[in-house]
Design a protein around this ligand. Structure first.
Ligand code: HH2
Length: 299
């Protein structure tokens, strides 16, 4: 594996509420907290607000550098997920999200991201203390772009094509890497034209969103290509179905495969890894980083 982290420049990305994302050394660990009944690997586990807050606190004490709160599953239809995620109305998404966000905001220091495609939800979440927006539709909702511009918060733009219900049924890349990088680049330029600061944008290849298992592997294999876009890269491969496809393991038993993807992402300069298993990921990355820095000569 190439050495990566010792040469990385420190970069501070300010959030809207006064916190900041500090990129230096190993990739930051973003802990996934799904406040949904139907997420593909942990649906229903954290629906109860008390349990969700406990889970968020546990992830932070296990070493999460960021939390990502989502109140709408976005698993695509077709492929292994049948009809895909159910549509969640704005009011329901906010009902699931805001009480947990408000409690966690008071109790943790790390930046909190809201995983939403809806401007109205993002606006309420940012007003309730969220620090950044993670949008799998890459600002498909113009209202969401407006909210990001108005608050100046960081935003994750993820690659996907078409509607969630259809994207696994309509996979059609002629040149996977050129198209994913090109489309993400267009999303970045659209966001910048709408007024988003380029310095606030993360890009994400969208592992599992409208891609075959092999295409997911190829995107990870060629992660370096995403750096051409000049934005920090976030990778969300945790427990995804390409790991099940390779190994036969069910979604709640894919830690080994998820860590392989984390190691690969770390070796290829990812800035953030989005994961369900925070403690194991931190242990993996802390040891990985110690090996990478061993030449620096501290005991
Ligand atoms: N993957 C999921 C959700 N949000 N956001 C980004 N930026 N990148 C990803 O790869 C990504 C994401 C899907 O995972 P999960 O949240 O565990 O499942 P569900 O959508 O079923 O809630």
């Amino acid at each position: 594996m190439p050495s990566t982290i010792t040469t990385r420049a420190i970069r501070v990305i300010p959030c809207s509420g006064g916190r900041a994302i500090v990129l230096a050394g190993r990739p930051l660990v973003m802990g996934v907290l799904n406040l949904t009944p139907d997420s593909f690997s942990d649906g229903g586990l954290w629906l109860e607000p008390e349990k969700a807050v406990e889970r968020g606190l546990e992830m932070v004490s296990s070493g999460a550098d960021l939390l990502d709160l989502g109140a709408e599953s976005t698993r695509p239809g077709g492929g292994v997920y049948g009809g895909g995620a159910a549509h969640v109305p704005v009011e329901e998404e906010m009902r699931r999200l805001l009480p947990v966000l408000e409690r966690l905001r008071d109790e943790v220091e790390v930046p909190i991201s809201v995983d939403t495609r809806k401007g109205e939800v993002a606006s309420a979440a940012l007003a309730s203390g969220a620090d950044l927006v993670n949008d799998i539709s890459a600002l498909g909702d113009p209202e969401l772009a407006r909210v990001v511009v108005e608050t100046g918060c960081p935003v994750v733009l993820m690659h996907s094509r078409g509607e969630l219900a259809q994207m696994q049924r309509e996979i059609g890349f002629d040149d996977l890497l050129a198209e994913v990088v090109g489309e993400l680049g267009s999303a970045v330029e659209r966001a910048v034209r709408a007024g988003v600061s380029r310095q606030q944008i993360f890009v994400d290849p969208g592992i599992g969103f409208g891609k075959t298992p092999r295409q997911n592997l190829l995107l990870l294999r060629n992660l370096d290509r995403l750096h051409d876009l000049g934005c920090p890269v976030l990778v969300g491969a945790s427990r995804k179905s390409f790991i099940g496809h390779l190994t036969g393991a069910p979604a709640d038993d894919r830690l080994g495969g998820s860590l392989a993807a984390v190691g690969w992402a770390a070796a290829h300069h990812a800035a953030v890894v989005r994961v369900h298993d925070v403690a194991a990921t931190r242990q993996f990355l802390d040891v990985w980083e110690a090996i990478d820095r061993a030449d620096e000569g501290r005991e």
